[in-house]
Design a binder for this molecule. Sequence first.
Ligand code: ACO
Length: 323
Amino acid sequence: MLRSRVIGCGGYLPENTISNADLAKKIDTTDEWIIERSGIHQRHIAADGELTSDLAAAAARSALSDASIPSSEIDLLVLATSTPDNTFPATATKVQKMINMGSGLAFDVQAVCAGFICALSVADNFLQTGQAKTAMVIGSETYSRILDWNDRSTCVLFGDGAGAVLLRAQNNSNLSEDVGILSTCLHSDGDYYDALYVDGGVSTTQTSGYLRMQGKEVFRHAVEKLSTVAEEALCDAGLSIDQVDWLVPHQANRRIMDATARKLGLSDEKLVITVDKHANTSSASIPLALSVATSDGRIQAGDLVVLEAIGGGLVWGAGVVRW
Ligand code: ACO
C-alpha cells in the first residue's frame, strides 16, 4: 500500500514583528488582555509588497532544503490560502514558477484555518492513488491585509507567515511499522458561515473586505469539534490517544489548544505551541509549528503526530501521521 511520507518541513516568517505593546499604542488594548485571552505575545507582519506567494516560495525552498531534493522532483503543489495574491489564477501556479518546479500540477485550496489539513488530505489522496509521487503542501497567509486594524477584538489575534511540508509516496510493505499519513478526517457546517467571515469579495462588494468574527461562538465550537475529530482520525488509523507523541493544533488561541488537549487527556508536554510568537497565521500555522518542532528535535522519526484545525465555514479536520 502506498503511504504519503513526510520527507521535509520548512517555514518562513516576515522580518517585521509587532508586539502587544506596539498595538496598545494604537488601539484600546493591553499586553495583559491579549496574553490572558489568547496566549499571543507578538505577530510577524509582511513588508509592503511582500505577497502570499513570496512567503509560500520561501517556506517551500526551506522544505526542499530540509529534504535535500531539487524542486524538479515535485509533481504536485497544493497551496492552502485564503489571502491569494490575485482573485485568479491560483497563487500556487505563481509559486510553481518561483521555485522552478517545472511541469506538474499546482492549485489552491481555500478552507481558511482548516486549509492546511484539507490540502494535506487532497495531496495524500493524489499520492495514495499514484496520481503524483512527490507533493509540496503549503499554507501561506497575509492576514494583515484583511484585518480591520481599528477592531481590537480581531486585529490582535492574527499574523502573517507560511509553512510547507514535502510528501513522497512510499510503499510500506517492507517496513515493520506503517509510516506516513495514516488517516485524515474532514468536516464542514455551513450553518456557521457568519461566525467567521470576510465582509467583502468579488461577487458581493468587489472589494477584498475585512475579517469579522463572533469570537465566543467560534470558541464554543472549537474545543468540542477539535477533540471529536482528533479521536475520529485516531480511530480510523486504529490507534488511541495514549499512543500519541505530539499534538500539533492549528495555533488560533492558547486557551482553545489547552482545553482541547485536556479534553483528549493529553499532557501539556505533548502540545506544540507557537501561537505566542506567531499569533494565528491561519492555514500556515500547522506547517509552521511542524517546521519548528522538527528542526528543534522534538518530533523524531517514528513519533505519532496528530494535527487538527478549525476555521471559517466552519470547516474542521484532523490528520494522524507517523513520522
Ligand atoms: N483588548 C482589550 N479588551 C478587548 C479586546 C482587546 N483586544 N477585544 C475585546 N475586548 C473587550 C470586549 O470589548 C469586551 O468588553 P465589554 O465586556 O466591555 O463588552 C471584553 O473585552 C470581553 O470581550 P469578549 O469578546 O467577551 O472576550 P472573550 O473572553 O470572548 O475573548 C476572544 C475574545 C479572544 C476573541 C475569544 O472569544 C476567542 O478566543 N475566541 C476564539 C476565536 C478565535 O480564536 N478565532 C481565531 C480564528 S478561528 C480559528 O482559527 C479557530
